[in-house]
Design a protein around this ligand. Structure first.
Ligand code: BES
Ligand code: MG
Ligand code: ZN
Length: 492
């Protein structure tokens, strides 16, 4: 689907060639490209400013019938994210013109001040992610994705560069898989069904799969997962996927919150807060898609993905505020609010994971709190960890992938807000404030001394309107982040 090719415009029979142009500087080295850009200088309205666009047809010495010039703005301002956006724009323009393929010219890395590999990876990401939209439920698919995308480069297409783009394509496939799962409506992904969707993909790769159904969860005394699932007609599941390369010494565990619909339960959410709650399994989607991707890219890190899946519904069988439940860890929890369900299922999943697999490192991803969205907005995830190195590595991967993460604290003196008169701990804070923090502190009670980080993705997991290189729906947030992070985790 995505190929890296040398620039050869005469023989480029593709439907469209896209050339990025800066307003203040030539960013190309290949002669034919430089000449083509020169011809635009006489065309006044096109100056290479951000959002400028010029389309010329049937140019001399160009095999393709159409050349699209895209304005980038000032060269010095163009960073990796801008190149993702530019490549995505190129693809979207092609889609709008109902083309089936587009060839995008990669500028000179030197002239753009970027590392060559990073420039190519960024453009590949933008192009591939921008080529996806969720239209499973539309009879008429108005906009068809491109079948073929080429990145044209003036540098040698080495085997190494090809390997890198192939890896990028697999990682983007993973992000798209997560997007699709998150966008699927809640009536089509109740826990058993969602588990099956994951298993179907996982089976194609060499992952070990364990499925725990209700009976097994009862036997294992996962009381918190069972309590959250109790109100729903749909039975809970817990999936364990493992990728075990030979000779791996250390183990990473990834835990993903999988609430296929969060109604709030007996503490039913108000109208405006319900309609996007199919996205409350985005942590699970990111972890499952990452596990599948790790197998595809043959990651050399031993990784276990643990995914508790429930639906949070009100009914005569539902858990109530005031209920006291016994978690897998043995700790009792007073339910202060049935809408604080994510921390309950994660508590069981994490304690179980530590018992069973003794990971060297554990990271959970969860759409855990509205408070985190209030703090950091819809584009940035919150990171909580007492392990500074781990937290720093996550923030760095966030910068590299533009799946942005920001550190938030785990203050010991806030732990008192989770005290219960009757149980070991309560799932609701007695303070109105700092809800993302108290949720993370609740989780910290179930990880013992395992090195652990919690990533609250309630903001960036989902968008209601299409954005730079993501359509409306699930964003796939976390997959690119984790795939970037894992190879670097144990480097000292
Ligand atoms: N799934 C929600 C958090 C959420 C909110 C995700 C907005 C995405 C967007 C979570 O289960 C929840 O309901 N949290 C409550 C906790 C409260 C009851 C302590 C919240 O944030 O209001
Ligand atoms: Mg909730
Ligand atoms: Zn939730």
């Amino acid at each position: 689907m995505l190929a890296l090719k040398p620039i050869d415009l005469q023989n480029e029979k593709n439907a469209a060639i896209v050339i990025p142009v800066c307003e203040d500087k030539n960013i190309h080295t290949e002669k034919t490209i430089i000449n083509l850009v020169k011809t635009t200088e006489t065309i006044k309205p096109f100056k290479g400013r951000e959002d400028d666009e010029l389309i010329l047809y049937h140019l001399q010495d160009v095999g393709a019938p159409c050349v699209i010039f895209l304005g980038i703005g000032k060269a010095a301002d163009a960073d990796a994210e801008i190149w993702r956006i530019v490549a995505s724009k190129a693809v979207k323009t092609g889609i709008k013109k109902e083309l089936s393929s587009v060839s995008v010219v990669v500028p000179s890395a030197k002239k753009t001040g970027m590392e060559k590999e990073r420039l190519i990876v960024s453009m590949a990401e933008g192009a591939l992610l921008g080529n996806h939209r969720f239209d499973l439920y539309k009879k008429k698919k108005k906009l068809k994705p491109l079948k073929e995308i080429n990145l044209l480069t003036a540098s040698n297409v080495t085997a190494e560069l090809e390997k890198l783009t192939a890896r990028t394509a697999l990682v983007c496939d993973g992000a798209i898989l997560a997007r699709e799962w998150v966008s699927i409506p809640p009536n089509d992904k109740r826990p058993a069904r969602f588990a099956k969707l994951i298993i179907k993909q996982a089976k194609k790769e060499n992952l070990n799969i364990t499925v725990m159904k209700e009976k097994e969860l009862k036997r294992k005394k996962c009381g918190a997962i069972l309590a959250v699932a109790a109100g729903s007609q749909s039975k809970p599941r817990m999936l364990i996927l493992s990728h075990e390369p030979k000779n791996a010494e250390k183990t990473v565990a990834l835990i993903g919150k999988g609430v296929t619909f969060d109604s709030g339960g007996i503490n039913l959410k108000p109208t405006g807060s319900l309609d996007t709650m199919k996205m409350d399994m985005a942590g699970a989607a990111a972890v499952a898609a990452t596990m599948i991707t790790l197998a595809r890219i043959k990651s050399d890190v031993k990784t276990i993905g643990v995914i508790p899946i429930v639906e949070n519904m009100p009914s005569g069988h539902a858990s109530r505020p005031g209920d006291i439940i016994k978690t897998y860890s043995g700790k009792s929890v007073e339910i202060g609010n049935t809408d604080a369900e994510g921390r309950l299922i994660l508590a069981d999943a994490m304690a179980y994971t530590i018992d069973q697999f003794k990971p060297d490192l554990m990271i959970d991803l969860a759409t855990l709190t509205g408070a985190c969205v209030a703090a950091l907005g819809e584009k940035i995830a919150g990171v909580f960890s007492s392990d500074k190195k781990l937290s720093k590595a996550i923030i760095t991967s966030g910068e590299r992938t533009f799946e942005r993460c920001w550190p938030l604290p785990l203050p010991e003196d806030y732990q008192k807000f989770l005290k219960s008169e009757f149980a070991d701990i309560k799932n609701l804070s007695s303070s109105r404030w700092g809800g993302a923090i108290t949720a993370a502190l609740f989780l910290s009670e179930f990880v013992g001394d395992t090195a652990w980080a919690h990533i609250d993705i309630a903001g960036p997991a989902y968008i209601e309107k299409a954005d730079t290189y993501c359509g409306a729906g699930g964003t796939g947030f976390g997959v690119r982040l984790l795939c970037d992070l894992l190879p670097n985790l144990f480097d000292v």
